[in-house]
Write a protein that binds this ligand. Structure first.
Ligand SMILES: [Zn+2]
Length: 158
């Protein structure tokens, strides 16, 4: 199994629902604002806004899994399984880690890398619902992760 993008820090992107565009966290600035958190304490929260329209934007996962299965064994064919969380579905895919700015969140980055290396092992089964989409632009079938259960790292790992 392969995975795109190659750079894990680009697994998440900033998504603007007004422009319907994604941006690399490398290129966006955040603002720190005070919000009232639990037990009425003021906490600082990082807020991202769209570089184009300045409206609030949020992090999403944007990953393509390149998978082969038995039906394509020995063929030059590979399935592209899209994992885009525009509408918030499947955000818990990586053990509940919410999409964040991975250029800054080294803890989440490390955990996500662990999940990806787990997934890349041979004979890993995933339980998920995918749907097929035909892309006219690329003239091929695309698959999209539509719903899934959490995957959990075996506690014996490491
Ligand atoms: Zn925008």
């Amino acid at each position: 199994m392969g995975i795109l993008p190659c750079d894990p820090m680009e697994f998440t992107q900033l998504f603007c629902s007004a422009c319907i565009k994604t941006y690399s966290f490398r290129d966006v600035q955040s603002k720190l604002v005070d919000v009232i958190g639990q037990s009425n304490k003021t906490v600082q929260q990082e807020i991202y806004s769209c570089p184009d329209c300045m409206k609030p934007a949020r992090p999403i996962y944007r990953i393509i899994f390149l998978v082969k299965d038995e039906s394509t064994m020995g063929m030059d064919k590979i399935y592209k399984l899209h994992f885009y969380t525009y509408s918030g579905q499947c955000e818990d895919f990586f053990g509940g880690i919410k999409p964040t700015n991975l250029y800054k969140d080294s803890v989440a980055l490390k955990q996500i890398k662990d999940y990806v290396s787990l997934l890349s092992r041979f004979n890993i089964y995933m339980d998920m619902i995918i749907r097929r989409k035909y892309s006219q632009k690329q003239n091929e079938d695309l698959f999209e992760i539509y719903d899934c259960k959490l995957i959990e790292l075996p506690s014996v790992a490491k």
